[in-house]
Design a protein around this ligand. Sequence first.
Ligand code: FAD
Length: 554
Amino acid sequence: MIPKRSTTWRRLSEETFDLLVIGGGITGCGVIRDAVRRGLKVALIEANDIASGTSSRSSKLIHGGLRYLEQREFGLVFEAVNERQVLMRIAPHLVTAQGFLFPVYDTSRHGLGLLKLGLWVYEALSMFRSPKLHQNLGLRQVRQVEPLLSDEGLKGAPLYYDCATDDARLTLETMLDAVGAGALVLNHARVESLLRDEGGTICGVQVHDQLAGESTEVRARVVVNATGPWTDRVRSMSGTFNPLLRPTKGIHIVVDYERLPLAHAVVCTHPEDGRVLFAVPWGDRAYIGTTDTDFEGDPTCVAATTEDVDYLLEACRHYFPEPRLAREDVLATWAGLRPLIQDTDANTESSVSREHEVMVGVDGLLTIAGGKLTTYRVMAQEVVEKALELLVKQHACPGDLVDPCTHQEPLPGAVGWPADGDINGIAERVSSAAGPGLSAESALHLAVRYGTRGIDIGESLGEQEARMERLVEGRPEVMGIVDWAVTQELACTLEDVMVRRTQLFFRDVDQGLGAAPRIADRMADLLGWSLERRDQEVLSYEEEVQRSRQWRTD
Ligand code: FAD
């Protein structure tokens, strides 16, 4: 049960926490899940929405990163492929096997032999527990399974397996699990400064509630900076001005699946600079990414440019000449910043290491930076272990801490997950819970997106027609998801619902603009918004869509 926002605010102002995390991306949510499951008293403050930063803007892959083998980052790959296994266990509804076809041409930088060797090493590092072992497809097989792929100069294509995920939901469910175990979470509240005790050690933060316009102080024994691309901004609050990060921007474009009907994800290298790109089937859509360019501006304002979009389209036309994808095919874009740690040895953006670092400032601020979505759980574990050392030094470590078992305990949508992983069986249970008004398509959508929690959503529809109404004609999302998002998943603004809870922003042909006013009306009823606030929400959402489309007019 999610506490009311007013209750969270009061408790934050009144109580003292063992651990306070700044930043509600996958890293921060992973830290609170680990810490609260050990028995620590934990809070998290997020300036915008949960997963609104990089954690909803990734390539949505849970992978070891085959390309990191070339950079000899064996440790990173080993950790990542093993985490892939853990995440498939604790979130089978969100981390699913995905085949990757890696075509090799006579112009490719690496030949088939080297790639096959690389795949053996990749699978060996996971102790041969990949979702499936790789196969080597010959020319004829490639033409059969992926007919759109250019076969000019094609020599063959290994097919290997990693995982696909829903990054925003993985983050949300990690947060929800922590809240279920007792963590306090406040989104849309910015940490504006750090509080210090008489000795100069950080002992809390000053928080501003962006929705209510109020401020308060929150006291904590250890404060963790888990702000991804904003890491240096928060470090500067503690008087540390030498930058730690080298943030790089990556964008993706979304097209209709019918325009790029791929049977597998396809890995290719850009014909211009050899960068590795992915084209990934995504239900009724497909997406292509990513770019990798240095970024120095405000992380909040990151967006795709025309140059970025054209760069990806050029690669698409090279590898998939038949659909001749053009700017008009791009339904949506997203852009994110990799919070990479500066690496003096790196010549190019793509060669900057993806490793993470945990460090403690002289004033006690604990910072975690770098890393990947895939390795968030082990990063979180390391942060909490460091925090425990700090608590012990303060003689403030609570007794009776337990093993958090984050590698075994399922995320909320995986509780009661069937051993055979039969998603159709779950969809049937969603249907029975919802009653006859819910279409089979919407029931399946709830099962796929929410796992076993889809059954709870089905029940919450209460056989009410209004809740079963589709948000967009011809799409599976129903109005009850909006109620669920607001009452059970901390959605506070229209953008929270449109972008990260329903994904209409990415998947609908008009990015949900047509549905936004009706969804805002429902949110106004649920949250008691004034007419003025409701109109402002619609306007802000329209502006967000415009930002994602600004590349069209650059
Ligand atoms: P974020 O998700 O950015 O979270 C930081 C949060 O801090 C934000 O929500 C922000 O609002 C909040 N914040 C900032 N300042 C404050 C403040 N003052 N007060 C309160 N809150 C604050 N990894 C993979 O494993 N697989 C992939 O396929 C993959 N693809 C990627 C593709 C791209 C293009 C990019 C950019 C990254 C990709 N990554 C991938 C890396 C992965 O997405 C990131 O490492 C991860 O999401 C970072 O999460 P985070 O929690 O550290 O940062």
